[in-house]
Design a protein around this ligand. Structure first.
Ligand SMILES: Nc1ncnc2c1ncn2[C@@H]1O[C@H](COP(=O)(O)OP(=O)(O)OP(=O)(O)O)[C@@H](O)[C@H]1O
Ligand SMILES: [Mg+2]
Length: 301
């Protein structure tokens, strides 16, 4: 019988769900890239809500985190579920320890300590107008970006200039990080390097719409497949090597140029979009890596 592989999804992404989001086409693109390639190797891909009753996971050999886009607000519940699946002998890729580490951007501090090139960052329990004003001086810049330590999709993110600082009394209201605004985002773009089974698969360059600095497609950002320069690929590989985990089934390393070299903006290890259209070999590479993972069952208990 074909081994069954779970693709964890959520009501916002599952086909036929009444709550399906308008950007759920990303779910379809990933499933469409993986399903036939997995079938060629005898795997059946099953889309399933990560929060579905546990008995519906019966018979799955492995689950990938897929498009579980609503885990952010339910992190504890998500981790409990992933641990329950592991306890049932289902391999979880990437594993719950990786999710726990990667869900808060403070992991960037670990990467910096482990030698990765990172963007200079101030870490704060919350950010106030005063923190933003002192960040201009600290970084010697006229523009900064303030982000939540836990967040995605540029949600709740702000960019302030010396000419247009936050109002008196302003706070972010969340654990915060402040970075110098890197002009490379609009001049060159942000790179995504997709790794499957520890090997480089493909790279994308993402540019914001004119006048914006956020590369996310919901803000008009444009993605292009690229052949990375050897030095840039080496920089991404160095970030991958600095992760405190080996043998990840998939990883996406997002990078931006900061003073000549690429620095890591994010290491996306939970449910990154893998840009299947820009990486036509993704499905085959993924199926091969999955087969190896199942053979060795090298995941973190
Ligand atoms: N220091 C910076 N300089 C310039 N642009 C930045 C900076 N930090 C973030 N941005 C812009 O904001 C976007 C969102 O930031 P980031 O990726 O760190 O957060 P996120 O909310 O986790 O987003 P996502 O999960 O969608 O990638 C980046 O893709 C980039 O376009
Ligand atoms: Mg990002």
């Amino acid at each position: 019988m074909a081994a069954r592989i779970g693709f964890l999804a959520c009501p916002g992404t599952l086909p036929a769900s009444p709550e399906r989001r308008s950007d759920a086409y990303e779910h379809d693109r990933q499933v469409d890239a993986l399903r036939p390639a997995l079938a060629d190797r005898g795997f059946e891909l099953v889309e399933i809500d990560w929060a579905a009753p546990l008995d519906q996971f019966e018979g799955l050999a492995l689950v990938m985190l897929g498009t579980a886009w609503d885990y952010q607000d339910r992190l504890k519940e998500f981790l409990t579920r992933l641990e329950a699946l592991e306890a049932r002998g289902i391999a979880v890729c990437n594993p719950p320890q990786v999710v726990r580490w990667n869900a808060r951007k403070t992991y960037l501090q670990d990467l910096a300590e482990r030698g990765a090139a990172t963007v200079p960052t101030l870490w704060l329990d919350d950010a106030s107008r005063g923190d933003v004003l002192s960040a201009f001086d600290r970084f010697g810049t006229d523009r900064v970006v303030v982000k939540r330590q836990v967040g995605a999709g540029a949600l709740g993110q702000h960019s302030f200039t010396r000419d247009d600082p936050p109002a008196a009394g302003w706070t972010l209201g969340h654990p915060a990080m402040i970075q110098p605004f890197l002009p490379a985002i609009a001049e060159e773009g942000e790179y995504s390097f997709v790794f499957v089974g520890g090997a480089f698969s493909h790279a994308i360059l993402k540019l914001p719409a004119a006048g914006d600095y956020r590369i996310q497609s919901m803000f008009g950002g444009i993605d292009t497949a690229i052949e990375p320069a050897p030095a840039d690929l080496a920089a991404a590989e160095a970030v991958l090597a600095s992760l405190p985990f080996d043998d990840l089934l998939y990883a996406r390393i997002d990078m931006i140029r900061a003073g000549g070299t690429l620095a890591v903006m994010e290491a996306e290890l939970i449910e990154p979009f893998l840009y299947p259209l820009e990486g036509p070999g993704l499905g085959t590479r993924f199926a091969e890596a999955l087969e190896k993972t199942l053979e060795t069952k090298v995941y973190y208990q």
